[in-house]
Design a protein around this ligand. Structure first.
Ligand code: ATP
Length: 330
């Protein structure tokens, strides 16, 4: 059973107006048994930094792509600054800047050339273009790398350059898919500061991640996604506290033989508290990892089952499950 908690918008801030209003979105990709999005609704006020959190496959990219008008929902609609993604996609595109999770960069272009190219695509000319590029380079702190080829940039610098690219047409809403993935702690702080600055400039920002610790300090509000649904949202601090209070235990055990490992796996599969899809076996190191839907008592009960059944347990450890392990697809 997946535990959910109450949605809450309490203290989320008093919006000037609603920037994003997604209503009952449904998305089913061809050939997939489960829908990527199921009755997904979300409201985000202007000026907020909103983080979508969820395990791999939860549906975060699907939401962002619909808001970016790259995918159409089969049911429901989403409004960006009042424009429908279904009926007014051109208007929506003027308002949004989308940064996908894996972007292709022209490696042999220079930083300045890269931004110049996209500014030209948007029809920005002459002195205005020159000024804009200088401003963007200053904003993302790449002024001293302007002549550098993109292949020579660090991951954090590439992310900041891509962010500058999404800002070329001065969008009101930024949709950033996993902007902090793969960044080291320092680069993450730089990204956080940059997003804060953009927020102060009046931008609304939605970003996604499957690692809570990566983005919890970047966001004003968070939404947790699991199996295509939003199962909780509210002020970042409230949501983080709710996650930390969830009774889930990650257990890890090491046994003495392959035979013990097989028996331990059979017992885990039969154990009522096992979170579906969370069982991992390592036949070389003879270890088993699993997430149990319960507290210390559940974990202790699993260990008792193992020993009563004659499995030789060499090591047994349990800890609070991490976010990535909490909302696995069933
Ligand atoms: P990740 O963190 O791994 O990027 P996510 O939360 O962004 O995951 P989505 O990419 O939205 O999740 O995927 C949701 C579900 O839809 C997954 O089961 C995925 O396999 C499926 N899916 C996404 N895109 C497609 C596609 N183009 N064709 C078929 N199935 C897809």
């Amino acid at each position: 059973m997946t535990q959910t908690f109450e949605s809450s918008t309490e203290d989320a801030g008093t919006p000037a107006y609603t920037m994003v209003d997604a209503r009952n979105l449904h998305k089913n990709y061809p050939g997939q048994r489960q829908p990527a999005l199921e009755d997904f609704s979300l409201t985000i006020p202007e000026g907020q930094i909103f983080g979508l959190i969820g395990a791999n496959g939860a549906g975060k990219t699907s939401v962002l792509k619909i808001l970016a008008t790259l995918n159409k929902p089969e049911k429901g609609d989403a409004y960006v600054a009042g424009y429908s993604v279904r009926r007014n996609p051109q208007e929506v595109r003027r308002i949004i800047g989308y940064m996908p999770d894996n972007y292709g960069l022209y490696q042999d272009m220079q930083v300045e050339e890269y931004l110049d190219f996209f500014a030209a695509c948007y029809g920005i000319r002459g002195k205005k273009r020159h000024r804009l590029i200088n401003e963007l380079l200053e904003l993302v702190d790449l002024g001293d790398r302007r002549k550098e080829e993109l292949r020579n940039l660090s991951r954090g610098q590439k992310q900041r350059l891509c962010l500058a690219h999404t800002l070329v047409h001065d969008p009101k809403l930024l949709l950033l898919d996993e902007p902090s993935s793969g960044l080291d702690p320092r680069a993450r702080i730089e990204m956080r500061e940059l997003l804060r600055e953009l927020s102060h400039m009046g931008k609304t920002i939605i970003l996604s991640s499957h690692v809570l610790s990566e983005i919890q300090l970047m966001c004003d509000a968070l939404g947790i996604m699991a199996r295509g649904q939003l199962i909780s949202y509210g002020p970042a601090e409230t949501v983080v506290n709710q996650i930390e209070a969830l009774p889930r235990r990650a257990v890890k055990l090491r046994v003495l033989s392959q035979e013990d490992l097989k028996r331990a796996a059979d017992l885990a599969n039969a154990f009522s508290g096992l979170l579906k899809g969370s069982l991992r076996l390592d036949e070389i190191n003879l270890t088993l990892d699993a997430v149990l839907d319960g507290d210390d008592r559940t974990s202790a009960s699993f260990l008792t089952h193992l020993t009563i059944s004659g499995v030789f347990v060499a090591q047994y450890g349990q800890s609070t499950a991490r976010l990535e392990e909490l909302f696995l697809r069933n």
